[in-house]
Unconditional design. Structure first.
Length: 204
């Protein structure tokens, strides 16, 4: 994650390890590049959210498959660059869950949201947050399950353990394909409402 890269870059600067500074800077640049690439996709596909998400998952899948095919002897720097671009796509595209902000790769904010909603439910007796609590719990539990699965895969197949997130991304693509019309219907209804509102404003 880029917070860690910035911290390590600062430590390396302090210790005069210029070579390490370059590696961390390259990872940060790759993350920025990955974010910009996905922003381009979002710009041209802004009216087709489901297709937009599908394309970003394809982008992530391609980069991870390249890393797997590179094998054990590949440059660590190149692997980090490709994975930084992959994670940038994930963080840029998938930022909301049921209308609420969340992160799929960093759990600090999700755990804070969990505590906040627990307070709302237990102290303020706000039953309306139960659905949100369930969603946050699924995200945190899913993250932990992913870590466990990947750790097991590393012990069995070492660097090829990246196949675990590859399979999960493919699962996400299958899910989006099955629900590909949901976003279209939502966008069509929103467009229809905007058209009606525009017509009413013209009449008045």
């Amino acid at each position: 994650m880029q917070t860690g890269n910035l911290i390590l870059m600062g430590v390396s600067l302090n210790q005069g390890e210029i070579g390490k500074v370059g590696r961390y800077a390259l990872a940060i640049f790759a993350f920025i590049l990955g974010t910009i690439l996905v922003k381009v996709v979002q710009h041209f596909m802004h009216q087709k959210p489901m297709r937009q998400a599908f394309l970003v998952l394809i982008y992530e899948l391609i980069l991870m498959i390249i890393v797997i095919l590179m094998g054990v002897g590949a440059s660590n720097v190149l692997i980090i660059v490709l994975l930084a671009m992959t994670m940038a796509g994930q963080l840029q595209q998938f930022r909301q869950l049921e209308g609420n902000p969340f992160t799929s790769l960093m759990m600090t904010g999700n755990i804070r949201n969990l505590a906040d909603n627990l307070y709302e439910l237990l102290i303020k007796q706000n039953r309306g947050v139960q659905s949100r609590l369930k969603s946050i719990g699924i995200v945190i539990g899913g993250f932990l399950a992913g870590v466990v699965l990947t750790a097991l895969a590393v012990s069995w197949i070492q660097t090829a353990a990246l196949i675990v997130p590859v399979l999960l991304v493919i699962g996400g693509m299958v899910y989006l394909n099955r629900h590909r019309y949901d976003g279209v219907v939502q966008m069509d209804s929103e467009t229809e409402e905007l058209t009606r509102a525009s017509r009413m404003s013209r009449r008045h």
